[in-house]
Design a protein. Structure first.
Length: 284
């Protein structure tokens, strides 16, 4: 059987390919002995595709053995969880498997690479996979880049998606927006504005370029200044002061109060009235 092409650098990590080869010993394991890898990067499975694979397995069997590691008296899946799920759905009692010895770090890398090669991960699952390799196994972005076969900038951009608001992450998971849309959203600093942009992308069906242009507009827009909140007691006091001054000067007076500062507006009607008011002010 031909060896599958792996991510750049993976060949130096493992002596064996990710798929079973003619040199491997294939065992028949009970389905109930096998369990999924709880730390594998993919969290969502397309049930329709599992159903299609199950129908194929009913007719042709499991053609490619799954890869597992022994876990006490059970076996943990390293590669092939879709086949295992489909085999269970097809009613198989046993499944062909190759048992290998991998460390937890090697298992995490293989699981991530398998899914990346088959493009089975949504952008958030992919980012979480990269983050797991870095946080759990003390790997740098450069390390992950070398082992996975992606550029360092691609790794960095992927992990940045995890800083997005949860509603945006969910839209990425469901495929309602793309990674390109997500990068446009990341360019917006404030969370509330990002959510406004998200709504616009979905409601108006904006493409990535349109989303980027709108992001720039929203970033450049100056926020409206909020009017100061004046409590009712202060309002009454200001009205009383306006009435006192109006009575003293014989004209309409308006006090504009803004926190610790403000201004007084005094109305006058003609030059003579202005002179009269000035005279009163000079007497004060």
């Amino acid at each position: 059987m031909a060896k599958a092409k792996l991510g750049r650098g993976l060949g130096s990590l493992f002596d064996e390919p990710m798929l079973a080869t003619d040199a491997d010993t294939v065992e028949s394991l009970r389905i109930t002995q096998v369990e999924p890898n709880r730390n594998q990067p993919r969290h969502q499975f397309d049930e329709e595709k599992i159903e299609e694979l199950s129908d194929s397995i009913k007719e042709y069997g499991v053609i490619q053995p799954i890869i597992v590691v022994r876990n006490d008296d059970r076996y943990k899946i390293v590669a092939g969880e879709r086949r295992w799920r489909a085999a269970k759905k097809a009613g198989l009692k046993e499944i062909p498997a190759v048992v290998r010895n991998y460390t937890e770090q090697e298992i995490a890398q293989i699981a991530l690479i398998e899914n990346l090669q088959r493009e089975n991960l949504n952008p958030i699952e992919e980012a979480l996979g990269f983050q797991t390799l870095m946080n759990k196994y003390n790997m740098t972005q450069e390390d992950v880049s070398e082992k996975i076969g992606r550029s360092r900038s691609a790794i960095a951009n992927s992990v940045r998606l995890l800083s997005l608001d949860e509603p945006i992450r969910q839209k990425l998971i469901t495929g309602e927006i793309s990674s390109g849309h997500a990068r446009a959203l990341l360019s917006v600093e404030k969370s509330d504005i990002r959510l406004v942009l998200l709504d616009a992308i979905i409601e108006k069906g904006l493409n990535v370029r349109q989303a980027e242009a709108l992001a720039k507009q929203l970033q450049a827009a100056k926020p409206r200044r909020k009017k100061p909140v004046i409590d009712e007691q202060l309002k009454v006091h200001i009205t009383q002061l306006e009435d006192r001054l109006a009575s003293r000067w014989g004209t309409k007076v308006r006090l504009i109060h803004d926190n610790k500062k403000g201004k007084i507006e005094i109305e006058y009607y003609g030059n003579e009235d202005l002179e009269r008011i000035i005279s009163l002010l000079e007497e004060e």
